[in-house]
Write a protein that binds this ligand. Sequence first.
Ligand SMILES: NC(=O)c1ccc[n+]([C@@H]2O[C@H](COP(=O)([O-])OP(=O)(O)OC[C@H]3O[C@@H](n4cnc5c(N)ncnc54)[C@H](OP(=O)(O)O)[C@@H]3O)[C@@H](O)[C@H]2O)c1
Length: 298
Amino acid sequence: MDTTRLGRSDIEVGRISYGCWRLAGHDVTSAAAVAEAHQKIETALDCGMTLIDTADIYGVDTAGFGAAEDLLGRVLAAHPSLRERMVVATKGGIVPPVPYDSSADHLRAACEASMRRLGVEVIDLYQVHRPDLLAHPADVARVLIDLRESGKVREIGVSNHSPSQVAALQAHLGDVPLATVQPELSLLHIDPIDDGVLDGAMAGGLTPLAWSPLGQGRLATGDAAPALLSAIDAVAERESVSRSTVALAWVMAHPSGPVPIIGTQRPERIREAAGALDVALSRADWYSLIAAAGRPLP
Ligand SMILES: NC(=O)c1ccc[n+]([C@@H]2O[C@H](COP(=O)([O-])OP(=O)(O)OC[C@H]3O[C@@H](n4cnc5c(N)ncnc54)[C@H](OP(=O)(O)O)[C@@H]3O)[C@@H](O)[C@H]2O)c1
C-alpha cells in the first residue's frame, strides 16, 4: 500500500488506516474475543493499514471505558511481533459524564493509563479527542510537550478541533508541531472541505485522519440521498468496484491527503477497502460526487 507521513514527522503509515471504535464487544478478555480481534488487526496490517486508531473511551458502551485499548493490548501481548508492524494512535480527554477534560493532570494520567492498557512503552500518536472548552491551550500544549519530551508519546495530534482551536494550540506548542487533525470526513460529512480544517492542515503540514469515512456505514448500505448514491454507483460501475471503495477513494483524493480510518469488523470488508487505492477518480468524478453530496458548485 502507498504510504504517507504523519505531518512533518518521520512516522510513515499506510494511506488507509484501521479504527478500533467498534472493536470491543461485551467480552474483551476471553481467548475467543482476543482471537477475533487479532484476525481483524492482522488483516488490516496485511493490507498495509499500519495506523491503528483507538481511544481510551472506545468500548464504553459495551465492556466499559478502556475496553478497546485493553483488547488491542491483549492482541499485542499474544502476538508481540505485531507491535513493530503498527503505528499505535490513541486519544484521551473524554470523561463521561463530565464530558471533556484536557487539564494537564487528566491528560497525563489518561495517557499513562492508555499505555498500561495497550501494554506499550510509547504511544506513536497521542490525540486530544475533543476540545475541552475549559482548558487553556497553553496548559494543553504544556502537557503534550511534557508527554513528548518524557518519551511517552512520539507525536501529538487533535481530533474534532476547529481551525481556530488548532491554531490556538499550535501557537502555544511553538516549534513542537501537531502531526495530525482528525475530523469526521465523508461524502455524508463534507464540512471539513469548506470549514477550514483541511485548509489549515495543508497550511500547517498536518495529516488529516478522516473518521467514519463511510458515514458510519450509511454510504455502503445505501442510507443516503438517492442522488448521491446514484452518483457513487455510476463511478463504481465504471470502475467495477463497490460503492464503499469509491467513497473511500473520494476522501483520499483531497489534496490534503486524508487517511481514512475505516471501522468495519469484517475481514473481507477490510480487504475490500484496500481497493480504494486503485481507484483513480478524475477531477470531473470528484466534483460530480461533491455536487451530489449537496455542495453548491457555482
Ligand atoms: N475522533 C472521533 O471522534 C471519532 C469518532 C468516530 C469514529 N472515529 C474513528 O473512525 C473509525 C471508523 O469509524 P466508523 O466505524 O464509523 O467508520 P465507517 O467505516 O464509516 O463505518 C463502519 C461501519 O459501517 C458498516 N458497514 C456496512 N457496510 C459496509 C461495507 N460494505 N464496508 C465497510 N463497512 C460497512 C460496518 O459494519 P460491519 O462491521 O458489519 O462491516 C461498520 O459498522 C473508528 O474506529 C475510530 O477509530 C473517531
